[in-house]
Ligand binder design. Structure first.
Ligand code: ATP
Ligand code: MG
Length: 396
């Protein structure tokens, strides 16, 4: 069918035509934000899920939801190689400038902007990547110690006080939170703990890979009590069906039930794969309805497309030894696997592979569901590894 009308949207953070199966989580966040605004004790929420599960688009939608109810939001993505203060500072500035336009908040928001100026100046020595415009001079003694834990706490407190005076809340959305350094996570946790104790309306809505709860716990042992960690996983069969059928039906295209079943089976109900299969099935079909035969064609082209993009970009960032490690894992199946079983595949000692495993965790390729276990963070990566490194040559 005409590719111009193809509704499906595979891509990183690309909004799907139908955000299926996430109403419950959106409602959870809505309630949390309203509780924060009302000054009631509320846990911050960190959503965890595998690659392509739909965390980024969900965060984006939640932010839109919040904005429509006049909650003040900030949104950042933690990249692998930048400091948390450097990514937060410019967003803080925008949020505080917006707050300062509210007559009730102008005084406290201005004070918070002074705090931000002190924060950025004092921390620039340690975090040279901080770049933020100054609207006011710093207030001596306010968030300007040069110590992240202390200064972030002070900054969140004045910002929270400003939001409170405007009758709103400040919701900080952070994606890819697992990339934030542990000491910076610790500072963030402490600061949120503090605003919580003082009933200030500040809340974190984060997203990250499954290693995130463990990282938070290591950063501050009490983190587990401060946060909820809902899982953003594969969709239910019902939601997966909606994700495929609704966008087609909206254009008067029917999807045969055996075709739909095949898509659900092939994709394991993972959002990214559903979009990819939907797109290719649409392109394969000549006209409505989309048939099983179309999906069979789509399976080949969809896998080829994933191999070229979704899987490939991750593979290309690996060293030869890291590739070997993941190939050995895939030999054992989808996982999780015991570290000993993986090293046996490679005829190596577990300890000698420790650094490789550590690098793969840092790159967000694998995680450890429990001590000594290792699992992929990318769904179906085991099958990809076998396609890209076929045969037994990798064992040498
Ligand atoms: N609930 C959903 N229903 C249908 N499609 C979805 C849904 N959520 C996400 N998608 C689609 O899945 C793909 C991946 O979404 P997204 O980039 O948000 O995942 P992610 O979890 O952030 O992945 P990564 O860990 O790689 O950043 C996108 O193409 C998006 O349109
Ligand atoms: Mg994402």
């Amino acid at each position: 069918m005409n590719p111009i009308n193809n509704p499906y949207a595979p891509g990183a953070g690309t909004r799907p035509p139908e955000l299926a199966g996430r109403d419950e989580l959106r409602e959870t966040i809505r309630i949390a934000l309203e509780r924060v605004r009302a000054g009631r004790p509320t846990k911050s929420i960190l959503m965890v899920g595998l690659r392509g599960a739909g965390k980024t688009v969900l965060l984006g939608r939640m932010r839109d939801d919040a904005e429509t109810t006049a909650i003040h939001t900030m949104q950042v993505e933690a990249p692998e190689n930048r400091s948390l203060p450097s990514i937060l500072a410019p967003e803080f500035r925008q949020a505080l400038l917006r707050l300062s336009r509210n007559a009730r908040a102008v005084e406290l928001a201005t004070r918070a902007l002074r705090g931000l100026a002190g924060f950025a100046k004092a921390l620039k020595v340690r975090y040279q990547d901080i770049e933020v415009g100054f609207d006011f001079d710093p207030e001596p003694g306010l968030a300007d110690n040069g110590d992240l834990e202390h200064d972030l706490q002070a900054l969140l407190e004045v910002a929270g006080a400003a939001a409170k005076s405007a009758g709103t809340a400040l919701a900080i959305f952070v994606d890819e939170l697992q990339y934030v350094q542990e000491d910076e996570l610790a500072a963030l946790i402490t600061a949120l703990h503090r605003t919580g104790q003082r009933n200030l309306p500040v809340v974190l809505v984060g997203a990250g890979l499954p290693q995130l709860p463990g990282r938070m716990g290591r950063a501050k042992s009490y983190a587990e009590r401060l946060f909820d960690f809902p899982i953003v996983g594969a969709l239910s069969a019902e939601a997966a069906a909606i994700a495929i059928v609704k966008p087609a039906n909206d254009q008067n295209v029917h999807v045969n039930s055996d075709a739909l079943e095949r898509i659900i089976w092939e994709t394991h109900r993972y959002p990214y794969f559903l979009q990819e299969w939907g797109k290719h099935a649409w392109d394969a079909a000549d006209a409505s309805p989309i048939t099983l035969r179309d999906v069979e064609v789509a399976s080949r082209t969809a896998i080829a497309a994933l191999d070229e993009s979704f899987f490939r970009v991750r593979f290309d960032r690996l060293t030869p030894l890291e590739k070997k490690y993941l190939r050995a894992m895939s030999e054992l199946g989808p996982g999780p696997h015991r570290s000993g079983d993986i090293s046996d595949q490679l005829d190596r000692e577990v300890t000698s592979l420790g650094p490789t495993r550590g690098q793969l965790i840092a790159k967000g390729m694998i995680w450890s569901p429990s001590h000594g276990d290792t699992a992929f963070t990318v769904p179906l990566f085991d099958e990809f590894m076998k396609r890209i490194m076929p045969g037994n040559d990798w064992k040498q």
